[in-house]
Design a binder for this molecule. Structure first.
Ligand SMILES: Cc1cc2nc3c(=O)[nH]c(=O)nc-3n(C[C@H](O)[C@H](O)[C@H](O)COP(=O)(O)O)c2cc1C
Length: 321
């Protein structure tokens, strides 16, 4: 059976909301998408429909949860399962000070027994596939043995799908700096796949081209190590969403892709739908602004979209005049 998470867009706070995911789906019909991280308590205690509802066209889509209390994660997963997410993922990678203070995100890597309890509780909450997204280390815990032991304990709790952000988290750096330093280490993904062949590992970190994705998916003959099962891209998709179409073509060549005109028509339809629902269109278009980046007309598209013109109107003015 095909591995649905072969190519994924990373969860990104304030970016991968439902409007952005609708857009990404138009560009990459088979790419696996993720929500932003949603805190499990917000789902349990808040307006869960507002937080969890999504357009059915977004499938396959995973929900990422934050939190460290098994009971709350269990309840959040139960609620989420009613919305038919394709996967529920536990965030064990976020290094922000607010998250660290709350003892979740990457802080969880220091307490694998807690993660194991969380995973068991999430699995008890629903039949949906449960996964985690984690780092290759945190602060001084950067040796391979640390992440290997972490994965082993989480695997023993019943999790077999791991998204590996291949950069060590550093609590003394701001999240912004920690997005560049220290360098990415994809070797650890290969080692994890070697040591846990029954699990699936999706490699994440600075992948920004089809070639780089193919390279980490392939077995390394030089190192005699297996490749990753999947790839996850974050910032490259945010900056150049059209890369999704290149990934779609490379990894799902048997499927038809939408032309950019069809994509804009889809956005136009969605824009009206959201406007009629009373949604603030400034929020709706946020992720769409980068559609034509690296192409002529990119700046005009961005400016006119910000000015409140409709996608198809802009497209016709820029590309059909
Ligand atoms: C603006 C921004 C927001 C992010 N929000 C999340 C998040 O909510 N959950 C998460 O697991 N990772 C989050 N990340 C990390 C990404 O998912 C990803 O692991 C990281 O950007 C590395 O991948 P990249 O080099 O392809 O961007 C975020 C990253 C960025 C840049």
């Amino acid at each position: 059976m095909r591995f649905s998470q072969r190519v994924c867009v990373a969860p990104m706070m304030d970016i991968t909301d439902r409007h952005c995911r609708f857009f990404y789906r138009l560009l990459g019909p088979d790419i696996f998408l993720f929500t932003e991280m949603l805190h499990s308590s917000a789902i349990v205690n808040g307006d869960f429909s507002k937080l969890l509802d999504f357009d059915k066209s977004e499938h396959p889509v995973g929900l990422q949860l934050g939190g460290s209390e098994p009971k709350v994660l269990n309840q959040a997963t139960k609620i989420a399962s009613k919305f038919a997410y394709d996967e529920v993922n536990l965030n064990c990678g976020c290094p922000s000070s607010r998250v660290l203070a709350g003892n979740f995100g990457v802080a969880l890597m220091r307490t694998p027994a807690v993660v194991a309890d969380c995973i068991k509780a999430m699995k008890d909450g629903s039949d949906v596939r449960v996964s985690i997204k984690h780092r290759i280390g945190i602060d001084d815990n950067k040796d391979y043995e640390f992440v290997r032991d972490f994965v082993g304990k989480v695997r023993d709790a019943g999790c077999t799908l791991f998204y590996v952000h291949s950069r060590c988290a550093m609590s003394n750096l701001s999240p912004k700096k920690n997005r560049k330093i220290p360098s990415i280490d994809m070797l650890k993904v290969r080692l994890l796949k070697r040591d846990f062949p029954d699990c699936q590992f999706v490699a994440n970190g600075e992948l920004d081209s089809v070639a780089k994705c193919i390279s980490i998916l392939e077995r390394s003959k030089d190192l005699d190590l297996p490749g990753a099962d999947g790839v996850m891209l974050g910032r490259a998709i945010w900056k150049f969403p059209a890369l999704l179409t290149e990934l779609q073509k490379a990894f799902y060549p048997e499927k038809n892709i939408h032309s950019l005109r069809d994509v804009v028509e889809g956005l136009d339809y969605y824009y009206d739908l959201q406007k009629n629902r009373g949604i603030d269109t400034r929020r709706v278009i946020r992720g769409w602004a980068n559609l034509f980046n690296r192409q002529k007309g990119a700046k005009k598209w961005r400016i006119m979209l910000g000015e409140g013109l409709k996608p198809m109107e802009i497209y016709q003015m820029i590309f059909c005049s």
